[in-house]
Design a binder for this molecule. Sequence first.
Ligand SMILES: Cc1ncc(C[n+]2csc(CCOP(=O)(O)OP(=O)(O)O)c2C)c(N)n1
Ligand SMILES: [Mg+2]
Length: 584
Amino acid sequence: MKMTGAGAVVEALHKEKVSILFGIPGGVVIPLFDEIYRNGKFKLVVTKHEQGAIHAADGYARTTGKAGVCVVTSGPGATNIVTGLATAYMDSIPIVALTGQVPTAMIGNDAFQEADTTGITRPVTKHNFIVKDPLELPMVLKKAFYIATTGRPGPVLVDLPKDILTAEIDFEYPEKVKILGYNPTVKGNVRQIKRVMETIRQAKRPLIYAGGGVIASEASEDLYTFVKKTGIPVTLTLMGLGAYPAREPEYLGMLGMHGTKTSNYAVSRCDLLIAIGSRFDDRITGKLSMFAPMAKFIHIDIDPASISKNVIIDVPVVGDAKHILKEMLKYGEKLDIKEWINEIEGWKAEHPLTYIRDDDILRPQFVVEQIYKVTEGNAIVTTEVGQNQMWTAQFYRFNRPRQLVTSGGLGTMGYGLPAAIGAQLAHPNATVFDIAGDGSIQMNIQEMATLTQHQLPVKIAILNNGYLGMVRQWQEFFFGRRYAATCLRRDSRCPDNCDKSGKDCPPYVPDFVKLAEAYYAVGIRIEKKADVEGVLLEAVKTKKPYLLDFVVNPEENVTPMVPAGAPIDKMISSKEDAEKFLLA
Ligand SMILES: Cc1ncc(C[n+]2csc(CCOP(=O)(O)OP(=O)(O)O)c2C)c(N)n1
Ligand SMILES: [Mg+2]
């Protein structure tokens, strides 16, 4: 069929069953947006900033498992998505980003809005392409979706010069794709899997440490069956939350820097650590040389490059977690690990996650617990980055995969609101919360306009502590409580002119309630514990965007905490603990 390059892109998107596009137009991509407009079959979500578009595509991808697609212009449009690409790359999220480029004849001329997009994005994409011959378009698009969604998923960028979009081509979409040197292993080696099961049978204190890979491969049910069959306890990474239901007795909570004491003790004491779809990130391992010192390591992962990258693995299996778990199940049997389980139960009873509940102070953990209660644990929850993110991970109990949407590897402030937009569009009937910090929310606050324009009933819950709280917490613990550059209410030398309690500060900068109103959303400020539940109930039952500004205890901390570089069983909870730690 004869059509333009832009027409071919639209046809390819149909073939890939894409129905929602996120983006912002500009000079060189007008032909593509024109084609999208005339085609009329896509839901086109025009965000206010390209970073919003790519995070929204990312939120769509994380909550559906399908590739999210964003379309932006050349130059500043393309550079504005770099953070979003890096965010998706670090967390292995499938995205196809289409960027406009200046006409091929002008590339290298410092043309208006020219940027070396493939050069800039190479380190933050799984792969990228620039199309220089219109005849390559169908195959390049086919490859882009294939690479984004297979193996270890990730973002793929396709740079589209303007003359490629306007050229006329004979369109035929390839049925199959073959890429030399790219053959992700799906099925695990059977002999290795037998070795895994042999090793498991010999363990006295085995522990499963599962991550986002279990969610990416849709292996949660298989993990569930495997755990129920063998009785092996489970700890999850931030990216893995929901991969095993938090309500189940085998679950120990998150591990790592802000993990539960139970998980971190269990890792430190286990004799076999079974990593599934997790990658031994430094926020998990702490001091590497002291990580799981008594354990043998099994590592199940689709990416051969992550095997023995940070810790030396005894029994690796490369492949898709779902396939491998199904195979493991065949040889699985109930293990006799009663003593180990008793030890773990002891830690659980002794060290639950806590905060001060018996006073009138409005604390962020309480807000998160109330959100959990009011949504009956069923919401899709996105977060920003910082304390808000960690309190959400600790106090919202995730029982299913794709329920928590958070920037783990890159830790991108400003991620949560646009990601919530993508999640809500993918799940129109779900209750979607962005649990936010007062700092992070301001990094993409403009997307409130997108909420209103598309009538998306997302609930933004700001845990407003008046600080870049997570940084402030480190300053409190490790920098003599000098709050350099972290107070959001006065100026950057906060400690010199306020008493650090926040009570002398100008109350609210910005006034989030007024800001919500400017965007035609409902804005409510909540300062009392007693008001929290009522306001949440109202917000949840009203099909409108809400911005709930919870004014919480300014110097509340996320505990427990493993100081950076410490072994993970050395957890601290206060400034005093930190001082002891620094002296030791
Ligand atoms: C884009 C970006 N810039 C800077 C940081 C460093 N950083 C991590 S947490 C944080 C504070 C976040 O403040 P806020 O959103 O209010 O969350 P809180 O920790 O107070 O809950 C900062 C500045 C980051 N993660 N991302
Ligand atoms: Mg804050």
